[in-house]
Design a protein around this ligand. Structure first.
Ligand code: HSE
Length: 434
């Protein structure tokens, strides 16, 4: 390779991090690629903004779409974000102009990934997106290249650092004997800059689902199907659930899970309890962690920073090095003509053990009523905890079940909710055996 000319669209945290990385790692990248990787054009909303690097002689484009068509650019790095709008236009323009695309945009890929991949194939260019899933962890490369000799049967991960920070903080507080509510920890995370001013995309599980949609496609060679993901966030996780989880030997995490079974591919994002002794239980703070099950490699685990300028820039740079080396690969593991359209397995069909917490009026016969709701659905109880005794008052009661079907649990929860002595909506957390 003589040189690779890069256009960077978006100079926020990741875009700026990339420009700085390409400057400071210039010689090592040149050695690894056999030629320099140079930023020849940039585009951002505010040209006047003070940045701690010099864009020097690079061409500035006020319009990112014009950067995408610049004939002095070989690869366009789309680091603007957002599923639609300018980011999508930039990628379409780059592909249409015969340029490779590197993007960190999970929302766009989760919605338009298959179509963009088809268009890239038609124009003979590549789309790389290591930075779109789990920031600095090279999970796409691990799955698409490192595990390419395997049938992947399942992927399970912690894909959102904001949620993991909140849940870790609640856990640490509970261990220290303090009780910290979700809202208190979220407020603090926002003040410290770990959570967005509008945190809903993160805490309601959407961000993790975008990333899961991409991982599913790479894992199983299927068209991206964001729409069929069952998504629950962490707003309803309370300090008392975290305390009971500790007592039962579990940690609560926001899990993103994709599994292939006889009924199709199951994709789900929801809080889950994982055993304290598992590696995934100890992926803490803003880190991400992913477990991949392959039929030959067995279970492999990946952990690291899931966000941040430097970590995400590292992933973008690796994609640029791949392109500079002439490494060619199908966007989602197999050519788009062979991407399968999978049938989506409903969450009603999963089976696992369950944690159920009820707020009950403490009086004789109440537990018998609860037990009847479970018996009627053929659900077997594994353990029951009632910490305090307070006749006539409200107490928390926690049950864990043996493996049961989701549909049966949902029916039982529905019946329990209608009992007069159950004074709050019952809370349920799935227990994931890894
Ligand atoms: N907001 C994401 C997170 C990082 O909290 O993990 C970017 O995807």
């Amino acid at each position: 390779m003589t040189k690779l000319r890069v256009g960077v669209a978006g100079l926020g945290t990741v875009g700026s991090g990339l420009v700085k990385l390409l400057l400071s790692q210039k010689s090592v990248i040149k050695e690894r690629c056999g030629g320099p990787v140079l930023v020849t054009a940039v585009s951002a909303k505010d040209r006047a903004r003070d940045r701690d690097f010099d864009v020097g002689k690079t061409v500035w484009h006020d319009d990112a779409v014009s950067l995408a068509k610049d004939e002095n650019v070989d690869v366009v790095c789309e680091l603007i974000g957002g599923a639609e709008g300018i980011a999508l236009k930039v990628c379409e323009a780059a592909i249409g102009s015969g340029k490779h695309v590197v993007t960190a945009n999970k929302a766009m890929l989760a919605v338009h990934g298959t179509r963009l991949a088809k268009s890239a194939e038609k124009h003979g260019v590549e789309i790389h997106y290591e930075a779109a899933v789990a920031g600095g962890i090279p999970i796409i490369k691990a799955m698409r290249e490192g595990l390419s000799g395997n049938d992947v049967t399942g992927v399970l991960g912690i894909l959102n650092g904001t949620c993991n920070y909140i849940l870790t903080n609640m856990h640490d507080a509970a261990l220290a004997g303090e009780s910290r509510d979700f809202e208190t920890v979220l407020d603090e995370a926002q003040r410290l800059g770990y959570a967005e001013a509008d945190p809903s995309t993160d805490i309601d599980g959407i961000d993790a689902a975008h990333k899961l949609a991409i991982l599913t496609s790479v894992a199983f060679g299927t068209e991206i199907d964001f729409g069929s993901i069952h998504i629950e966030g962490i707003r309803h996780i309370s300090a008392v659930d975290i305390e009971y989880a500790i007592e039962l030997g579990y940690r609560v995490k926001l899990l993103a899970i994709a599994r292939k079974g006889i009924e199709g591919i199951q994709q789900r994002v929801h809080p889950g309890m994982v055993r304290e002794r598992t590696a995934i239980a100890h992926v803490d703070g803003v880190n991400n962690g992913i477990v991949v099950q392959g039929n030959y490699a067995g279970t492999t685990i990946y952990e690291g920073p899931g966000a941040g300028g430097n970590a995400t820039a590292s992933a973008v740079a690796a994609d640029l090095v791949d392109i500079a080396r002439g490494h060619q690969t199908a966007t989602f593991s197999v050519p788009t003509t062979r991407l399968e359209r999978h049938s989506a397995a409903s969450i009603d069909g999963i089976s696992s053990p369950y944690y159920i917490r009820l707020m009950l009026v403490d009086k004789p016969g109440v537990i018998a009523d609860i037990a009847a709701c479970l018996r009627d659905q053929n659900v077997s109880v594994e353990s029951m905890l009632q910490r305090s005794r307070n006749p006539g008052d409200v107490v928390p009661v926690v049950l864990t079940t043996h493996e049961a079907e989701e549909a049966s649990i949902q029916n039982a929860l529905n019946s329990m909710e209608h009992l007069r002595s159950v004074i709050e909506k019952p809370r349920m957390i799935r227990i994931e055996e890894i």
